[in-house]
Design a protein around this ligand. Sequence first.
Ligand SMILES: [Zn+2]
Length: 118
Amino acid sequence: MIAPRHQFHITFHDDADGRRLAIHGEFDAGAVASFDAGLEDRTANNPRIVLCLRHVTVIDSSALGALVRATAQARSEEHSLEVHAPLSYQQDLIEITGLDSLIDVTKDCQCSEDEVPS
Ligand SMILES: [Zn+2]
């Protein structure tokens, strides 16, 4: 089933040194539970995770909170978690809220879209 463009979903991609979760659609309060579940489910034992926001159409403060929690969780397990926020409104939001000091954010997204079958 293909989700409509605005609907929140996550796709999973593996590369040589880690796993990438591409977040799609509206990442807001209603999506946080699925985000948490997807993250927990699919990142176990993976020392390097990238969360790519390239396909996110909407992001709100609940979503930012979820990113902060995910980062804290990864650090407590000595894993690395990097957030791709290539769109300027995402960058602005993260900087304005001061979260760039809490999340490892990079603007430079070179993700390809080779999806890992689940
Ligand atoms: Zn990316």
